[in-house]
Design a protein around this ligand. Structure first.
Ligand SMILES: [Fe+2]
Ligand SMILES: [Fe+2]
Length: 255
């Protein structure tokens, strides 16, 4: 498994103009969601029953994470990956194809694990052996997810950024806009920008990345407005913003 120290995956210098920053920050808050969910499941009261508030809360957390994960993977599969494949040229095209093949394989592995988790969260997981098995499966999923996002950030993004610095710059920017449009049309994910901002506050490098993600005069109002989405309240109730960087805790939780 790719080991991450605090902010290590953020390879860019603070303040540097970045592309695809929202993808990196979305991975960050999805790790936060997984970590919070694993903690909740681990600390579930031993006498919790299938219809208890504790179980309802855990199912609500999985539901929100699962929707986020599905939309993220869908936007990558249907817009980002296919778009980058078309834009890559020459030697970069071969490299891009190799990386995209790896990422598609990982999406397939995650899909299998995710379906099993869907069934397990829907079933009664309150008996001790079921809860332990579910936690193990969630850890396995989180480990594959962790490696996958590491590959996207370390293998794919450098290739995507190289395209942006070449002749196809305008096409690359248009592709990013298509991805952004997809997410802004998914009202249930309206908490995304706020989640990115909250996570960014825990690490100076992330903060710089967040600030480079859009013009300062748009950043405040847009982030504020997205806080009124239907699921924003629920997100903040289920996934309180962390006070410290999450990477060390996340890596430890996968052991
Ligand atoms: Fe992905
Ligand atoms: Fe991703």
């Amino acid at each position: 498994m790719a080991e991450l120290c605090e902010g290590e995956d953020m390879k860019h210098a603070p303040g540097e103009k970045l592309s695809w920053v929202h993808m990196i920050l979305a991975h960050r808050y999805q790790r936060h969601m997984l970590l919070t969910l694993m903690d909740e499941l681990k600390n579930m009261p031993p006498d919790a029953t299938a219809d208890s508030d504790a179980v309802t809360k855990i199912r609500g957390m999985w539901k929100l994470y699962h929707a986020d994960f599905k939309h993220h993977a869908h936007a990558e599969d249907t817009i980002m990956f296919s778009g980058l494949k078309e834009l890559a040229e020459g030697d970069e095209k071969t490299k891009m194809q190799e990386v995209l093949d790896t990422l598609a394989k990982e999406h397939g592995e995650l899909g299998v694990l995710e379906k099993a988790l869907q069934d397990a969260f829907a079933a009664d997981f309150t008996p001790e052996n079921k809860r332990t098995a579910l936690l193990d499966d969630l850890r396995k999923f989180a480990a594959v997810y962790h490696n996958h996002t590491y590959d996207e950030e370390h293998l794919l993004l450098p290739l995507a950024e190289a395209i942006e610095k070449g002749d196809k710059k305008d096409d690359a920017v248009a592709l990013q806009k298509r991805v952004g449009k997809y997410f802004s049309s998914q009202k249930e994910l309206g908490y995304g920008l706020q989640a990115m901002m909250e996570l960014a506050r825990t690490h100076p490098k992330d903060q710089a990345i967040y600030e480079s993600s859009m013009s300062w005069f748009l950043r405040g109002p847009i982030t504020f407005m997205t806080g009124f989405s239907g699921t924003s309240h629920e997100f903040h109730k289920l996934f309180p913003a962390p006070k410290e960087p999450i990477e060390a805790a996340f890596t430890a939780a996968l052991q």
